[in-house]
Design a protein around this ligand. Structure first.
Ligand code: 5GP
Length: 222
């Protein structure tokens, strides 16, 4: 899992940026904006799910929509880096695209729940950066879920009742961002990503690089 550079500066290990939040707190929008801002350096992980597609969703862009049997087959084959049942549907992150992105020197951002985050923490440890997005208030959360207007009233009610369970996991994350204003929340997550990319433990070949920088002129003559 390495990002490489050809300008002589140290390369670094790729990182996995996880964004979790209760449904409706804005993490999907934040994730998309972040990927637009970061361009090629950041790939979005498109999950598999057994949930029905919403009207404005596109198969392959928002999710890979699969049926129960298809999901179970992938799971048995060990195709998932993590998977979990959320709101009575299965969601999972396929292993191959994540590994290919990291191989190609791209970081990967994930929009997954706390269960998936716990599983990733066991398998990738130091390469994981966990960000929890909170809504400014419960009222704002409900308002956003209703405004989305793509789910039925029953689904909105179910998601509101699960919000507390999800939010109680905030303390398993490295960073917390309150999404009061979308632009600011995106800037905050981008700042986290940029700082984490510079973390010393991710940099490769640092010893040799600094030795080169600190060698006296006589050491460099031969
Ligand atoms: P939604 O149905 O609103 O798109 O997503 C419901 C929940 O499932 C969200 O909390 C979302 O982060 C989570 N989720 C989406 N994809 C995955 C995944 O691949 N793995 C896990 N563990 N959770 C996911």
């Amino acid at each position: 899992m390495s990002a490489t550079r050809n300008d002589g500066a140290p390369g670094r290990r790729g990182l996995l940026l996880v964004l979790s939040s209760p449904s409706g707190a804005g993490k999907t929008t934040i994730t998309r904006r972040l990927v637009e801002l970061e361009g090629d350096g950041l790939a979005i992980s498109v999950s598999h799910t057994t949930r029905p597609k919403r009207p404005d969703e596109i198969d392959g862009r928002d999710y890979h929509f699969v049926d129960q049997a298809g999901f179970a087959r992938l799971r048995e084959r060990g195709a998932f880096l993590e998977c979990a049942e959320v709101f009575s549907h299965w969601y999972g992150t396929a292993r191959d695209p994540v590994e290919s992105a990291l191989e190609a020197g791209r970081d990967v951002v994930f929009d997954i729940d706390w269960q998936g985050t716990q599983q990733l923490a066991e398998s990738v440890r130091g390469d994981l950066v966990r960000v929890f997005i909170l809504p400014p208030s419960l009222e704002a959360l409900e308002e956003r879920l209703k405004r989305r207007a793509q789910d039925s009233a029953a689904v909105v009610a179910q998601r509101m009742s699960r919000a507390g369970d999800e939010m109680r996991h905030y303390d398993e994350y490295d960073y917390v961002v309150v999404n009061t204003e979308l632009g600011q929340a995106v800037a905050d997550v981008q700042a986290i990503l940029r700082a984490e990319r510079l973390r010393r433990s991710r940099l490769r070949g640092l010893d040799a690089f600094v030795r080169g920088l600190t060698a006296g002129p006589e050491d460099q003559s031969d």
